[in-house]
Design a protein around this ligand. Structure first.
Ligand code: FE2
Ligand code: FE2
Length: 181
């Protein structure tokens, strides 16, 4: 899967989890679904922030402003996730928080899939999306599994920024017909 396919695959999985939540028949089943959603969305948000948004920021003309808006929305998602993460099974705040989360995620998916992703696909070549997909897939194994609204949401260190910088360098090399090794 390339980077965009991989992130859209996450979106479909989370949509299914919301359906599972609605269909669950007991507090413990509902709590089980909440914990999987917290885990999957925490990983998804971290991967986008560390690897997908930095590339979009570099290659889209208005990337900086657009990504700042996405990061602000991620922050409110992470706050909702953090509130859900701390609840016990059967807590009566769960339904309201899940409804709020579902709205935030529908908005997130709509903006990414109808705007950000098509524009990124048009701005880079397939090889770049394939390389980024590979990097995302590997990073998934070590991505944070809980929400961290206080943590930096942009690559804080060279080590984390390096895979995206390398992918971007190779894209520029191809576009500028530099020798490939
Ligand atoms: Fe996002
Ligand atoms: Fe996303």
């Amino acid at each position: 899967m390339d980077a965009i396919e991989l992130l859209c695959h996450d979106h479909r999985m989370v949509e299914q989890l919301f359906r599972d939540y609605a269909a669950a028949g007991s507090d413990s089943q509902r709590r089980g679904v909440v914990e999987i959603i917290v885990r999957e969305l925490s990983k998804h948000a971290a991967l986008e922030e560390l690897m997908f948004y930095p590339l979009a920021k570099k290659v889209l003309p208005d990337g900086q402003q657009e990504i700042d808006e996405h990061l602000a929305e991620h922050l409110s998602v992470k706050k909702t996730l953090l509130a859900l993460d701390g609840l016990p099974a059967g807590d009566d705040q769960t339904d309201a928080l899940m409804a709020e989360l579902q709205q935030e995620i529908e908005h997130h998916v709509q903006e990414e899939e109808s705007d950000l992703m098509p524009r990124l696909r048009a701005a880079v070549d397939q090889q770049t999306l394939d390389e980024l997909g590979q990097a995302l897939d590997e990073a998934k194994q070590t991505a944070p599994t809980r929400p961290h609204p206080q943590a930096p949401d942009e690559p804080p260190s060279l080590a984390l920024a390096a895979p995206v910088a390398a992918i971007y360098d190779r894209l520029r090399d191809r576009l500028q017909k530099r020798p490939l090794t």
